[in-house]
Design a protein around this ligand. Structure first.
Ligand code: BEZ
Length: 219
């Protein structure tokens, strides 16, 4: 079954570099970023996992926890951490799931399409997870899904930007425009009447169209 935004993130138990976890219990009251990579000891993945280690404090500041995943065993993840530290100058302290039986990969549709011609439709390459990212809220609902190809490293700053937007729009009746970043002007939600908007934003707003009402980012 394919997952959709607002679905409850499927729960699972899994072996990680921090021991066995129950996913929902591990999330607790936090936000969670679940992200998969194709293979340990590969170049693009090494840069990605290193960058996530570097910016982990930014996720912590936003009340979000990180958890990586590939089909490699946790022992392999543990050994790879030294290479990431040596080449990327950052220590991975977030847990990594060793999904050797592909259970979580299948649950979250992290595997690429099967290749026609192989006996059971799967090969070593198609058994490796693609570069998926899930943002899961404290309510355990899926808030964002991203899927990138094997050869393209992700922009994890985008995940921070989306978290900022989601956390702001959960507190205020606003939406964030294209390429918005924290501190930029926002859009008053369509569900807010002009009358209510006057109470919320007594200093007014710019409205190039009646449906496009731009206002300073509320605190
Ligand atoms: C990489 O991380 O460099 C990589 C991994 C799997 C396939 C292609 C590239």
């Amino acid at each position: 079954m394919s997952l959709r935004i607002n679905d409850t993130a499927p729960n699972f138990t899994a072996k990680t570099t921090h021991g066995e976890i129950d996913f929902h219990s591990w999330i607790g009251d936090s936000w969670a970023i679940l992200f998969s990579h194709p293979k340990d000891f590969t170049p693009v993945c090494t840069t990605e996992l290193g960058y996530m280690a570097k910016i982990e404090p930014e996720f912590t500041r936003r009340g979000a926890k990180l958890i990586g995943l590939s089909i490699d065993p946790v022992e392999s993840h543990g050994k790879w951490v030294a290479d990431i530290e040596e080449t990327q100058g950052a220590t991975v302290t977030y847990p990594m799931i060793g999904d050797t039986d592909l259970a979580v990969a299948k649950l979250y549709n992290m595997l690429p399409a099967e290749e026609p011609g192989s006996s059971d439709g799967r090969t070593a390459a198609t058994n490796a997870t693609v570069r998926s990212v899930f943002i899961i809220g404290p309510d355990k609902k899926i808030k964002l899904m991203l899927t990138y190809p094997m050869t393209t490293g992700r922009n994890f700053d985008e995940i921070l930007r989306v978290l900022d937007s989601m956390q702001l729009t959960a507190r205020h009746k606003v939406a964030t425009p294209v390429n918005w970043k924290h501190g930029d002007d926002v859009i008053i939600a369509g569900s807010v009447s002009d009358e209510d908007a006057k109470k919320l934003y007594p200093e007014g707003w710019a409205a190039p169209k009646p449906y496009l009402r731009i206002v300073k980012q509320p605190r």
